[in-house]
Design a protein around this ligand. Structure first.
Ligand SMILES: Cc1cc2nc3c(=O)[nH]c(=O)nc-3n(C[C@H](O)[C@H](O)[C@H](O)COP(=O)(O)O)c2cc1C
Length: 203
């Protein structure tokens, strides 16, 4: 076994260790909106469920040289975001929305995505996604950093509306994983599709 004290190595090496080990990571494809109405879209794989009581998700947005990314800044200012689950059909468009455009440029226009109005928040969603969750900001926690300000903004979003394509949802309220065809993030430029699905009874 190799043992590593994270304090003895560079942030980049800790990053590589974590994104290589904590896999596969689900991806939140997030839309937010500026006060002037520009819709921003970007993917984030530091993403998970916080609780279902009431439904909350977390998205950790890293700072760039101490500066908040557009997603965190817009979410903080507007108090809203929409989280989408990307799939095999739209993963290339999702990747394009990771382009670093300025705050006044829209990744949605840049990638030719289609906006769909939300029902409970002002931020529109992406019609290309088969699952979307309209969220209001519950909390944004600035965390970490090495002296020059926080390292990230942890957004906790409370889901106020779910949307799911008919064919993915059954009468008992189950989401069909095979039909969803979700994609997950590994390290570097690698992604993964769903592998073999198997069941285990709980002890
Ligand atoms: C699949 C994927 C996952 C990503 N995950 C994260 C993440 O979890 N946190 C983060 O800060 N950036 C992540 N990025 C990079 C952001 O998407 C990228 O910095 C983007 O430009 C941020 O957009 P914004 O400035 O419009 O908010 C990811 C990129 C890709 C392609």
């Amino acid at each position: 076994m190799i043992s590593i004290d994270p304090l003895t190595q560079q942030e980049r090496d800790n990053y590589k260790f974590m994104i290589g080990s904590i896999i596969p990571r689900p991806i939140a494809w997030v839309t937010t909106q500026t006060a002037s109405g520009i819709v921003n879209a970007a993917p984030f794989s530091y993403f998970n469920i916080v609780t279902s009581n009431p439904p909350m998700i977390s998205v950790s947005v890293q700072r760039r040289n101490g500066a908040m990314k557009d997603t965190a800044r817009n979410a903080e200012a507007s108090g809203e975001l929409v989280v989408h689950i990307p799939n095999e059909h739209n993963v290339r468009q999702m990747n394009q929305t990771a382009a670093s455009l300025g705050p006044e440029a829209s990744e949605v226009e840049y990638t030719g995505l289609t906006l769909v109005p939300s029902s409970k928040v002002g931020v529109p969603g992406l019609a290309e996604a088969s699952i979307r969750m309209e969220c209001v900001v519950e909390q944004i926690l600035p965390l970490g950093g090495t002296g020059d300000g926080p390292g990230c903004d942890l957004i906790i979003g409370r889901v106020v509306q779910f949307h799911i394509a008919d064919e993915l949802y059954d009468a008992a309220g189950h989401v069909d994983a095979e039909k969803l065809r979700p994609v997950s993030r590994l390290a570097g430029t690698s992604y993964a599709k769903l592998g073999d699905i198997f069941a285990l009874e709980r002890p």
